[in-house]
Design a protein around this ligand. Structure first.
Ligand SMILES: Nc1ncnc2c1ncn2[C@@H]1O[C@H](COP(=O)(O)OP(=O)(O)OP(=O)(O)O)[C@@H](O)[C@H]1O
Length: 314
């Protein structure tokens, strides 16, 4: 029988292919028939409520736990199956949801410990600590680290050995806004160097501007996947305009839109909020343009990822 599995490094094949994957714990269907493809070089987000099955799917993709049914292939190799996958595993980096660190080790010793476990050289560990903003704490014991510092150290651990594929489970937990920004700067650098990144997060505002594509999980299933914009369009959620005009001109805005199938039109403090379907968006803009200088400013608000998320996961 011909081998139809994708050839390694084939640009057209997905880097990660998840086919009909289940994970059952007795009656609990932690993952319940997931199909998913993640492409080489993508920053891919996995979002879902607590208990949706994200971490379980991660662990199966890493070969840490076996699937009850289905198949996962990374770069053409079946996850968890023999020597073929061992070569792939060396290219993986993983930041677990709850990273286990040893309080008695310093930051540098921690990286040395994980480098030995992973079988990668420890020569650039100092550089790695600097990259995640921990150079100043390299020789301090982990017990003295703050939550955010522990998370940074966990991230450094995931970057050991220059992985080509990174799995980051809730990586920004405990990070302050500046650290979150710094973290995503590193992700962008890694992505431009060709690293594929799969990330879970509960902070949807953070994810929505940064991922190339994402999947929404609920009750062990992928409810939807695609770019944020594609999911917005699929959900067909209304968008709204904030039309800033002088209060005396609120009625003019209503009149200009009178012939269009818009939703709510509400007067607010210094603007009129207009809700409409996507297909009416350009007609609304044209009608408002007809008001000339009466319109002082115009902002279009797309539905947020949070709106899309609740649409798919509720
Ligand atoms: N070892 C296990 N034994 C039994 N049930 C488990 C086990 N691991 C996970 N589960 C169950 O599987 C479901 C999915 O859990 P999982 O940790 O994958 O969710 P998650 O989406 O990562 O959630 P969170 O956002 O809270 O981290 C939950 O109902 C959980 O209780």
């Amino acid at each position: 029988m011909a081998d139809t599995s994708p050839a390694p490094n084939d640009a057209a094949a997905p880097l990660i292919a998840v086919r009909g994957v289940h994970k059952h714990y007795g009656p609990i269907r932690a993952v319940d028939g997931v199909d998913l493809e993640i492409r080489c070089g993508e920053l891919f987000g996995l979002i879902g409520h607590n208990g949706a099955g994200k971490s379980t799917l991660f662990k199966m993709m890493l070969g840490l736990i076996p699937a009850t049914a289905g198949e996962i292939r990374i770069d053409g190799a079946g996850v968890g199956t023999g020597g073929e996958f061992r070569a792939v595993r060396r290219k993986l980096g993983y930041l677990p949801e709850n990273v286990v660190l040893y309080d008695n080790l310093t930051g540098l010793e921690t990286l040395q410990f994980f480098a030995r476990l992973k079988g990668v050289p420890a020569a650039r560990n100092g550089e790695l600590l600097e990259r995640v903003g921990l150079a100043h704490a390299a020789r301090r014991r982990v017990r003295e680290y703050s939550k955010g510092m522990r998370q940074r150290l966990g991230f450094a651990q995931a970057l050991l050995g220059d992985p080509k594929l990174l799995f980051l489970d809730e990586p920004t937990t405990g990070l302050d806004p500046e650290a979150i920004r710094g973290f995503y700067t590193i992700l962008r650098q890694l992505k431009s160097a060709g690293v594929t990144i799969v990330i879970t997060s509960h902070i949807l505002a953070e994810i929505q501007e940064r991922v190339d594509r994402l999947a929404i999980m609920a009750a062990g299933k992928v409810q939807a996947s695609g770019t944020v914009q594609a999911l917005r369009e699929q959900m067909d959620l209304p968008l709204w305009f904030a039309v800033r005009v002088a209060p005396a001109d609120f009625a003019a805005v209503r009149a200009a839109l009178g012939h269009l199938p818009v939703g709510a039109v509400e007067a607010r403090d210094d603007h009129v909020a207009v809700q409409c379907r996507r297909e009416t968006k350009m007609a609304v803009i044209a009608a408002l343009a007809g008001l000339g200088d009466t319109v002082l400013d115009l902002t279009v608000h797309e539905p947020s990822l949070e709106d899309v998320f609740f649409g798919f996961s509720d």
